[in-house]
Design a protein around this ligand. Structure first.
Ligand code: GLC
Length: 747
């Protein structure tokens, strides 16, 4: 029951009375359950909508980006019912103040939603999403999102603009760091895991928050890898590559979706009714709300499809964009269109209902102050349990790219160890590009992690060598000197946090600045070198891969970067991560991805085949690549049948043996290839994976179940079909080293 002592306005109580009389429900259920039913929710929302003015409705569709300089102005808007949500304000106390203004000092008392980009942690910052995807461990990724939600909601937040589920095939695009890489299957699994983590089992609980799958759609297809650029792809590529992770997020129950900045084939997403209404809502049955991206509605004028704010506002609302993030066009420019009948009130009401339903589902009409809890904020944020989970996620996200002569793991008793490089003791970079409430002082750097891990007798020498991006060599000599004095050198290289993420496209994938020169100088000392990469995208590290005996890809691992990297360097953790993106030899190969088409002239010895004159056609490191301190042997790939009817399920098993001397994780990957179909199909397609743990010498037989639906694709008529024919099954440790078998799909 709505708590009688809650000071609701007279008008809202009237709406509730209307609603309560309208609700025919058993009196035995507690209100929360009764209110959770869709019928009850709809009736409450309809009754509230019926007493709202046009200005109040347009207010609900308006989201402001909080600025402390505009406090008085925003207070006025709140009391006038002219804002429905805020972005970028958090904290139990400040959100409580604003919520009280809305609930107790506006005519209708409709609670506000508070939103923030909680992408990979709130204050306990976890590895960036591309790193988490490298774990191929959806349970761990779900837990990461769960902890992020627990901390964010303790600070008054209801809504995160995550997960980012954009497929990225071009590492020049800086936002590749925010997603789960190049593959739709892995991307779909991670999207669903993060939605579950953020939203939990009960959206009205005080530690769950609305998820937002973004950026709908195909934002990662930006031409030239240049952020915000046009996307021009076929409907087949759109549906088979870029849409699946969004569909997975919707099926996992994502309550909100964010429209993307880009156009697709001439139609900007913020005015794309085909995608937002016909596919998202029509085909997939999405019943939540769509929020614009930051000033995305206003930017329709830049796209050139509307000459005035009112024109683009009408386009966006009709296309299905419900909430206007920061443009304030809905609030300021639509009322005349509605009053003159050019824009039907029904278009406004449709969007307002979605906003009110989202607030209802978050439990805000039951207790609008439930999330702004100083006590929870004090006890839950950055606690030991969360730090431990962050370290575990970080260790699982590390990919061992190379380990010649078993240089790794190092001994903790090593006599003298040099730690060199511009990122070795950097406290900001490990937080990545979306650091929410994360603080550099919370970060344990790689140097600090190493110092804590080695024995007291070990002498750790440190030299920065150079900056990440500048051209000052004055630190080189010191770096060379410490390398010469050491038994081994850890060389930490890569990118600053702001070189990936939004508006951070690069025209090259080389190590920035003088880092390559530094690497060559340290290598020239003859001291054995271990390379540690800290970066937000695949880099063309061909020289490192040819000259440095051991290489770790660590991405940006968050506050526990140092301990996690040390755990792997010294063997306290056996790395099991795999690449979710292809590593090119050169930016000239881009786009390069594993699930490519064969073409009529696949790369080969013959000159007249599809290849470059100056580079091999293969990548530097393939999708799914990652080594271990163990050796995993694959054998005995078995299918339970060599034929499969449409209604059948094919059982696939393989034997994996840990032939190495230590326990470890292996990500067993299942791909298929449709060898002949009515349209060209990729040379391989990930359709399953399992991260399994094997003790030394242990043998396991992971099983995969494949249905005909898994083999479906869009035919020439864009119908989703399964066609009879020959298929290859490929199972292995990455997308290249696989065992193969064949089966036939029969009519
Ligand atoms: C940014 C990003 C989007 C983010 C939003 C709010 O421009 O494109 O990912 O959620 O604005 O910060």
């Amino acid at each position: 029951m709505i708590r009688a002592n809650r000071k609701f306005t007279r008008v809202l109580l009237l709406a509730l009375v209307v609603w309560l009389f309208g609700v025919v429900e058993s009196r035995s259920q507690p209100t929360q359950k009764r209110m959770a039913s869709t019928t009850a929710r709809d009736q409450f929302v309809d009754s509230l909508l019926s007493i709202m003015t046009l200005e109040e409705k347009l207010g609900q569709l308006t989201q402001f980006g909080w600025s402390w300089h505009d406090t008085a102005r925003y207070h006025t808007f709140i009391k006038a019912g002219k804002v429905g949500s805020f972005l970028n304000i958090y904290g139990a106390e400040p959100t409580h103040v604003l919520q009280r203004l809305a609930v107790e000092h506006s005519r209708l008392g409709i609670p506000l939603l508070f939103a923030l980009d909680v992408i990979h942690g709130f204050r306990t910052i976890f590895p960036v999403p591309l790193a988490e995807a490298s774990s191929w461990d959806p349970q761990a990724v779900e837990k990461s999102a769960r902890i992020a939600a627990i901390e964010a909601t303790a600070a008054g937040l209801h809504w995160t603009f995550a997960p980012m589920v954009d497929i990225a095939r071009d590492p020049r695009w800086g936002r590749i760091v925010e997603g789960s890489g190049e593959d739709p299957f892995l991307g779909s699994v991670m999207a669903a895991a993060r939605v579950r983590g953020f939203q939990g089992e009960d959206l009205a609980a005080d530690n769950t928050m609305l998820a937002c799958a973004k950026h709908f759609a195909a934002y990662g297809g930006a031409e030239g890898g240049r952020d915000y650029n046009i996307v021009d792809i076929s409907e087949r590529t759109l549906r088979e590559i870029y849409l699946p992770p969004f569909h997975a997020a919707v099926k996992a129950g994502a309550v909100t979706i964010m429209a993307a900045f880009n156009e697709i084939a001439g139609i900007p997403m913020h005015a794309n009714g085909y995608l937002l209404n016909e596919i998202l809502r029509g085909e997939w049955g999405f019943d939540g709300l769509v929020v614009s991206d930051y000033t995305g509605i206003m930017e329709l004028q830049n796209h050139g499809i509307g000459a005035s704010p009112a024109e683009v506002g009408e386009l966006a609302l009709r296309a299905g964009v419900d909430v206007d993030m920061v443009s304030t066009i809905y609030l300021n420019d639509l009322s005349d269109l509605v009053r003159t009948g050019k824009l039907p009130m029904s278009e406004v009401d449709r969007a307002v209902k979605r906003v009110l339903q989202a607030k209802f589902r978050a439990g805000l009409f039951d207790d609008p102050y439930r999330y702004s809890d100083p006590q929870r904020e004090q006890t839950l944020i950055l606690n030991a349990e969360h730090l431990s989970a962050a370290r575990d996620m970080a260790r699982k996200s590390i990919v061992l790219l190379k380990n010649e002569r078993q240089v790794l793991p190092l001994s903790k008793e090593i006599k003298t160890l040099a730690v060199i490089g511009p990122l070795a003791d950097d406290k900001r970079a490990p937080l990545g590009s979306w650091a929410a409430a994360g603080r550099p002082e919370d970060v344990v750097t790689i140097l600090q992690g190493i110092r804590r891990a080695v024995s007291p007798k070990t002498k750790v020498l440190y030299a920065k060598g150079c900056e990440v991006e500048e051209s000052d060599r004055s630190g080189f000599q010191q770096a060379v000197d410490v390398a010469k004095m050491a038994d081994a050198a850890i060389l930490v290289l890569g990118e600053n946090a702001d070189m990936s993420g939004e508006a951070a496209s690069r025209s090259t994938l080389d190590l920035p600045g003088l880092q390559q020169e530094l690497a060559e100088a340290i290598h020239a000392t003859g001291t054995p070198v271990v390379g540690v990469l800290m970066n937000g995208r695949p880099l063309s590290i061909t020289w490192l891969s040819e000259h440095i005996p051991a290489l770790l890809e660590t991405w940006f691992l968050g506050v526990q970067m140092g301990p996690a990297v040390a755990d792997v360097l010294f063997g306290d953790y056996n790395p099991g991560g795999k690449l979710p993106v292809t590593f090119p030899r050169s930016v000239g190969q881009v786009p390069i991805y594993y699930n490519h088409k064969n073409t009529g002239r696949p790369p080969g010895e013959n000159r007249f085949t599809s290849k470059y004159l100056d580079l091999p056609s293969s990548p530097l490191y393939p999708f799914g690549h990652g080594l271990s301190y163990s050796e995993f042997a694959y054998s005995n790939l078995q299918l339970n049948s060599s034929t499969m009817e449409i209604s059948d399920t094919l059982k696939i098993s393989v034997e994996v043996t840990n032939a190495g001397g230590r326990a470890g994780d292996e990500v067993v990957q299942l791909y298929i290839r449709d060898e002949a179909a009515s349209v060209t199909r990729p040379v391989k397609q990930l359709l399953g994976f399992q991260r399994i743990h094997l003790s030394a010498g242990e043998r396991k037989n992971p099983v995969f179940m494949l249905t005909a639906e898994d083999l479906a694709f869009y035919n020439q008529g864009m119908k989703w079909v399964v066609e009879p024919g020959s298929f290859k099954v490929l199972v292995g440790r990455n997308s290249v080293e696989v065992l193969e078998a064949r089966f036939e799909v029969v009519q």
